[in-house]
Design a protein around this ligand. Structure first.
Ligand code: S3P
Length: 439
């Protein structure tokens, strides 16, 4: 069975230097911004994963020429109003919530109907959260009764700016409304619970009419109609979410060391670093540099056997939202009881990840207490897994697959992990890099 991988042995101590591919959030945003630019944009180190390829296919369907090869990607922007497409266009976001939600913000002035579909996982996810604010601008939506995909959007030529209170901490919703505001005459105001801020940083870097005020618990964003976007050459920094699998693998492998080069360490993305530090993981950001509004650094991480339990402050959640399955593995080996709360959003991801976290830990023999939005993990510093564990993940969640692989190599046991193909979504070279470390 090709799509199954079996691990039977813990990893040996290692000392390695690696790179991981380009950041997924930045790659998708670069594709979308470049599709609106006037002129040719070029990217290096663009993530070549299915989510990003879906973004490229979508802008091609909107009439934008793209050249993609191993070394670079070129996008031939036709200007801010340069999309050209036929009536009743069909766009397929496949597995990507980021693409599906962000692109809708760009389509709120579409003169004709566009149908948006996705794969089985995306078709279970909430699109009301983005249809609601985009309707306030004047866009029209046809949604089914579950408020999920497929949906049909038809834009309006008479858009009105909105005031939007984004209270979930969703960067996808915030970014989509920023895109909507870019299409609309007048000032759109967003009060946003903290979440990753790549869209705002790109807008600023491109000189677009955006103002951001960072308050303690929320950001206030004001955006006006955009006339023109200049083309954007970009070398995409590496993805901290991909790096995190190896950060946790190293942390759990006593006396090991790993360096991960040139990773995007935007402060809104390094929740995992901040949380693991509180749990006693030795992890440092070295060679910090600025790159086009973002921050990059090399990550140095060291393995240990001693971890502290944590009552995790919910304000750290948004910066680690894609990394909690991994953080739970450290909590499983920590000395004491860890508690993670206010995590209902985790069940809104590619699969219900809070439930998956609990399921994986239980299979490993870890005592947990799960509610709808929290988990208590009873850590055991001597934790070892001696049994057979089967992970079958029918929604094919890439992060469930990769976390299971890290758990297998960190705790031992005979792990049969299905749906290997899921890594194509965000990190196609995951197993190749894992093999380099696990030699
Ligand atoms: C993303 C935002 C987050 C994150 C996702 C990528 C983005 O989703 O989980 O993987 O690029 O904006 P939410 O906006 O649903 O929190």
């Amino acid at each position: 069975m090709q799509n199954l991988i079996i691990f039977k042995k813990k990893i040996n101590k290692f000392n390695k230097k690696i790179s991981v591919p380009g950041d997924k959030s930045l790659s998708i945003r670069w594709v979308l911004f470049s599709s609106l630019a006037t002129g040719i944009s070029k990217a290096q180190n663009l993530l070549h994963s299915e989510d990003v390829l879906s973004a490229i296919k979508s802008i091609q369907k909107l009439g934008i020429k793209v050249i993609l090869n191993k070394k670079f990607c070129k996008i031939y922007g036709q200007g801010f109003d340069g999309y050209k497409y036929k009536k009743n266009l069909l766009l397929n976001a496949r597995n990507s919530g980021t693409l599906g939600r962000l692109i809708l913000g760009l389509l709120i002035n579409s003169p004709t109907s566009i149908k948006l579909i996705g794969d089985k996982s995306l078709s279970k996810r909430d699109f009301k959260r983005i249809a609601d604010p985009l309707k306030m601008f004047g866009a029209n939506f046809k949604l089914n009764k579950n408020k999920t995909l497929p949906l049909v959007i038809k834009g309006s030529q008479n858009l009105k700016p909105i005031y939007y209170n984004e209270n979930k901490g969703s960067a996808q919703c915030k970014s989509s409304v920023i895109f909507g505001g870019m299409r609309t005459v007048g000032e759109t105001i967003i009060k946003a619970k903290k979440s990753r801020n790549h869209t705002e940083l790109l807008c600023k870097y491109l000189g677009l009419p955006i103002k951001v005020k960072n308050n303690k618990n929320y950001d206030l964003i004001k955006i006006n109609k955009v006339k023109k976007i200049k083309s954007l050459n970009y070398k995409i920094p590496s993805d901290i979410s991909s790096a995190s699998f190896f950060i946790v693998l190293t942390a759990l492998s006593n006396k090991s060391k790993l360096i991960i080069k040139n990773v995007n360490v935007n402060p809104t993305r390094i929740g995992i670093v901040n949380i693991l530090k509180k749990m006693g993981v030795k992890i440092n950001l070295i060679n910090k540099k600025k790159y086009k509004g973002e921050k990059v650094a090399d990550i140095h991480v060291y393995g240990s056997e001693n971890f502290k339990s944590l009552n995790c402050p919910p304000k750290l959640n948004s910066g680690a939202i894609d990394e909690f399955l991994l953080i739970f593995l450290i909590a499983a080996k920590a000395d004491g009881i860890s508690y993670f709360s206010d995590l209902a959003e985790l069940n809104q991801k590619e699969s219900p990840r809070l439930k998956w976290g609990a399921k994986i830990l239980k299979m490993m023999g870890v005592k947990i207490k799960l509610t709808k939005n929290s988990i208590k993990i009873f850590g055991n510093p001597k934790l070892k897994v001696n049994k057979k564990i089967i992970i079958k993940n029918y929604l094919k969640d890439h992060r469930v697959f990769m976390t299971s692989a890290i758990a297998a190599l960190s705790f031992g046991g005979a792990w049969h992990i299905h749906n290997k193909d899921s890594i194509k979504t965000s990190f196609p070279s995951f197993l190749k890099i894992l093999n380099l470390i696990n030699k």
